[in-house]
Design a protein around this ligand. Structure first.
Ligand SMILES: NC(=O)c1ccc[n+]([C@@H]2O[C@H](COP(=O)([O-])OP(=O)(O)OC[C@H]3O[C@@H](n4cnc5c(N)ncnc54)[C@H](OP(=O)(O)O)[C@@H]3O)[C@@H](O)[C@H]2O)c1
Length: 219
């Protein structure tokens, strides 16, 4: 499976403000690019925290076939099946959980979505291998990870991403608690992931960067 990400960051590497509220960082050019990349994906993966902020499904404007919207969550706490995300008939939804829901709640979500409880241990270890296996079984060949930083970490940890699309926006968000492109536990010096710059495009004050995976870890 080819795995790629697409996120907009501030100059200081943040993907949202410290309160994690909805704040589109990029310009319309960035959003156009987002639709192009979504159009190349069979599935889009997001963390539940991103869903709680946006509440909307992810679609690829102009694409013939819409990517499956995949959400990772422990138990969908604070998420309502009434949100816009669950209402678009053209998009199929896959909810990946690490805890089973009560039968009544499972029934409400399964009206619009497929629910899968990941194998035990996926929550403690990285859930990424189980997610990849499951999506491959459903014919997904290209997975777009749209974030946030917590979900990105699960894939970055084992260097599973083939390509990183990053829009560097001319903003400073600050905040030690604000989410960054990759959060999680972080690396020790010998584990650091090294990338190769594949392309770079400037549009106005934004830089569109594409980095590719290398096998080099550490210094
Ligand atoms: N600038 C951009 O391009 C961009 C893109 C995407 C998101 N964002 C922003 O990023 C912020 C969210 O990022 P984030 O890092 O806080 O959160 P996130 O990665 O979107 O989601 C984290 C959530 O994913 C679930 N999760 C993560 N690991 C799990 C595991 N091992 N097992 C089960 N569930 C797991 C948990 O959901 P539960 O809590 O439900 O258990 C967790 O709270 C938002 O402000 C959003 O707007 C920005």
């Amino acid at each position: 499976m080819f795995i790629f990400s697409n996120l907009a960051t501030s100059l200081d590497g943040k993907i949202a403000t410290r309160d994690r509220s909805l704040f589109p960082l990029g310009t319309p050019a960035d959003r156009r690019q987002m639709h192009v990349l979504r159009g190349r994906a069979d599935a889009i993966l997001m963390g539940a925290s991103t869903l709680r902020t946006h509440r909307r499904f992810c679609h690829a404007q102009g694409a013939k076939k819409q990517p499956i919207n995949v959400i990772l969550s422990r138990d969908l706490a604070g998420i309502s099946p009434e949100w816009d995300f669950f209402r678009e008939p053209a998009v199929s939804r896959l909810l990946l959980l690490t805890e089973p829901l009560s039968p009544a709640r499972a029934r409400r979500f399964s009206r619009s979505s497929e629910l899968v409880v990941l194998p035990r241990g996926a929550a403690r270890r990285s859930p990424a291998p189980a997610i990849i296996r499951l999506l491959e079984e459903r014919g997904v060949k290209r997975l777009l990870v749209e974030g946030g930083g917590t979900v990105l970490w699960h894939f970055v940890k084992d260097n599973l991403l083939d390509e990183y699309h990053v829009t560097l926006t001319p903003r400073l968000l600050g905040g030690a608690e604000a989410p960054t492109l990759v959060d999680g536990a972080g690396f020790s010096p010998s584990e650091v992931v090294n990338l190769r710059l594949k392309s770079l495009k400037r549009l106005g004050d934004e830089l569109f960067l594409v980095y590719a995976k290398t096998r080099k870890r550490g210094r």
